[in-house]
Design a protein around this ligand. Structure first.
Ligand code: GLN
Length: 478
């Protein structure tokens, strides 16, 4: 079997035709991942025992003539900020190097109920803070498309395993672009669902009001299937929505004639020319498919970076307070007093970016600055959401770039955190508004670097987002 070319529907067909068993597939996938992983450092650790047990369960079901589920036998990787019972979950932080969670995230439970085989945990930026995966305490991830470049972040490992072929699909998390940006850098599909669509129970919190779990895959259909398997209300997450989950596969009709697509003019400023040309081509392609293209404006976009980096750091400073050597994490030895113990544990454990965010967040929440920064940022966030609401009164979807540039070289932007923050300009607005958005490949630069096209729709309208992305993807292939 050729694991890098497998899709969910191919696996389903192969298992039904008894070309191989789920156990054989799991073992081959684990072996292949173990040999390929040193090139990219995309997996932090493997969960072979759990994977093989799950595969045996799928084989038993098949032998009994039962349906093995939407993801029966499909090898997946899970970002290491999503907890897995009995399997180390480090958040790519030294602080949690040996943390073994006592429970599974709801998304993980649901995927396994549908027959998914979890091969291991994917590398990422520490506590999901970053845009290049260079903030991992366990070393950066290399982009499988160009090994001297970053895979994007923070879900860099989750994107890399799917692009490299060491998993068929994977789970990532997106707070300000961490699924779409690495998907675009690695030339695959990445989906951020509506806030509330997928339970956050068991997703280690970075900025709770912005955190989403979502899938990566090599085609649109597979992401739709993974989302189908894990979406829906969960009583363990008070922000998960009790909205019904439609049949996403049924939306993949190939028919997009007459859809009104908005182009926000603010998303075409500061875009590198080669990426811009590929986005233009994609827009021409959508016109050929019968879409109507409409120019529009999302005027609050210019304040989005400031707004995001106030809200996310504020929430992070609060969420990360628990890693103190008392409630979580091992203690730093050699501390004589309680304040020393706190100081040493956190000082030695957190990496530079986490410390920067904790300090920024503590500052914007502090007495005297709270109204000027945090409260104001919340108001700006409401304006950003209003911009989208106004736009979606007129159009069915919005199309935009994902990133101002393709994958950059390792080390290139590390010295300048502000430059790194500015690169999130096209992705953070979707998270601030809580709307569904995805990245679908739209071509490569002269140097062969992938570029992603972003598609955004209104709350809970993942169906239109998938329909448009699928029709576009098929028209490029066909
Ligand atoms: N790059 C953004 C940040 O560093 C987004 C991270 C994310 O979505 N987890 O905060």
């Amino acid at each position: 079997m050729n694991i890098p070319s497998l899709t969910i529907s191919q696996i389903k067909a192969d298992l039904a035709a008894k070309k191989y068993s789920a156990s054989e597939l799991a073992q081959s996938a684990l072996d292949f991942a173990a040999t390929e992983n040193p090139k990219t450092n995309a997996y932090l650790h493997f969960s072979a025992e759990r994977a093989l047990a799950a595969a045996r369960a799928v084989d038993d079901k098949l032998a009994r003539g039962e349906d093995p589920g939407l993801l029966g036998g499909v090898p997946i990787a899970v970002k290491d900020v999503i907890v897995t019972k009995g399997v180390r979950t480090t958040c790519a932080s030294k602080l949690l190097e040996n943390y073994i969670p006592p429970y599974d995230a709801t998304a993980v439970v649901r995927l396994e109920q549908q027959g998914a085989i979890i091969l291991g945990k994917a590398n990422c930026d520490e506590f999901a803070m970053g845009s290049s995966n260079e903030n991992s305490a366990f070393g950066p991830v290399r982009n499988p498309v160009a090994l001297d470049r970053v895979p994007g972040g923070s879900s860099g490992g989750s994107a890399a395993v799917v692009a490299q072929g060491t998993a068929v699909v994977s789970l990532g998390s997106d707070t300000g672009g961490s699924i779409r940006q690495p998907a675009s850098f690695c030339g695959i599909v990445g989906v951020t669902p509506t806030y509330g669509r997928v339970s956050r129970y068991g997703l280690v919190a970075f900025a709770s009001s912005l955190d989403h779990i979502g899938p990566f895959s090599r085609n649109v259909q597979d992401s739709a299937t993974v989302l189908q398997a894990m979406a829906g209300h969960d009583e363990c997450d008070a922000t998960s929505a009790p909205a019904p989950v439609p049949d996403y596969s049924a939306a993949l009709t190939g028919q997009v004639k007459g859809l009104r697509i908005g182009l926000p003019k603010e998303y075409f400023q500061g875009l590198e020319s080669e990426s811009g040309a590929l986005i233009e081509q994609a827009i021409e392609q959508l016109k050929k498919l019968g879409c109507e293209i409409v120019d529009l404006s999302l005027p609050t976009t210019e304040h989005a970076i400031a707004c995001y980096y106030i809200i996310c750091t504020a929430e992070a400073s609060s969420n990360l307070a628990r890693y103190d050597g008392v409630r979580y994490t091992s203690r730093s030895p050699n501390s004589n007093t309680l304040p020393d113990m706190y100081r040493n544990t956190r000082g030695e454990g957190f990496g530079r970016e986490c410390k920067r965010r904790i300090m920024l967040g503590t500052y914007v929440l502090s007495h005297g600055f709270y109204d000027a920064y945090y409260v104001k940022a919340q108001k700006v966030r409401a304006l950003i959401a209003q911009d989208f609401a106004r736009a979606f009164a007129d159009v069915d979807a919005i199309v935009a770039p994902v990133s101002p540039f393709p994958a950059f070289k390792l080390g290139e932007k590390m010295a300048d955190p502000l430059q790194m923050y500015l690169s999130d300009i096209y992705t953070i607005t979707g998270d601030l508004a809580g709307i569904p958005c995805l990245s679908v490949p739209c071509g490569n630069t002269q140097e062969g670097l992938p570029v992603g096209l972003q598609i955004l729709t209104k709350h809970f309208d993942e169906s239109t987002m998938f329909r448009l992305a699928h029709a576009y993807e098929q028209s490029r292939i066909g």
